[in-house]
Design a protein around this ligand. Structure first.
Ligand code: FES
Length: 166
């Protein structure tokens, strides 16, 4: 775990205690999914657009992940941060910027933010160069389908489950 930085640990704990915008979005206009070749984690992101004063902006974004707590926290923050942004404005955000509210990530966790950045880029503009590895046919199937496909080709996959607060 990360845990040289108690402040970061606390912020991640708060973010994953009540993650925002988690789950599939049936009416999404775009979907992207990426997997990390380093850790085997995956993030899938859905985006819905709306017209605002003649500009196409992000109305809402949701995510699912087989990822670590940091990836969950960054994805939760990112889906909030990109609301109301144009595609270009959202694409201009780095993984570090998407994770900004957590504070600086330690080197071993930087790729967690990059994974979220990759999922966002995969959804918004799949042709943009990705740090993380795009999944084949991200719009097809579910995150579980992506996971099952990756499980047949990788030896490093891990899952982090959120506690059920119900
Ligand atoms: Fe892989 Fe965090 S350890 S996304």
């Amino acid at each position: 775990m990360i845990m040289e930085n108690p402040d970061l640990q606390q912020k991640i704990a708060e973010a994953i205690a009540n993650p925002k915008n988690m789950g599939e979005m049936e009416s999404a206009d775009a979907v992207g999914a990426v997997g990390s070749p380093n850790c085997g984690d995956m993030v899938r992101m859905w985006v819905k657009f709306k017209d605002e004063n003649g500009k196409k902006v992000i109305d809402r974004a949701t995510f699912q992940t087989f990822g670590c707590e940091t990836a969950i926290a960054v994805a939760s923050l990112a889906t909030e941060m990109i609301r109301g942004k144009t595609v270009d404005e959202a694409l201009a955000l780095s993984g570090e910027e998407l994770a900004r509210d957590l504070g600086p990530l330690p080197p071993m966790k930087i790729h967690c933010g990059e994974l979220v950045e990759g999922a966002l880029r995969s959804a918004l503009r799949p042709s943009v160069a990705l740090t993380a590895k795009p999944m084949a046919s991200p719009a097809a199937g579910t995150l579980l389908d992506n996971f099952a496909a990756a499980a047949t080709t990788r030896s490093t996959l891990k899952m982090v489950f959120l506690k059920d607060e119900a």
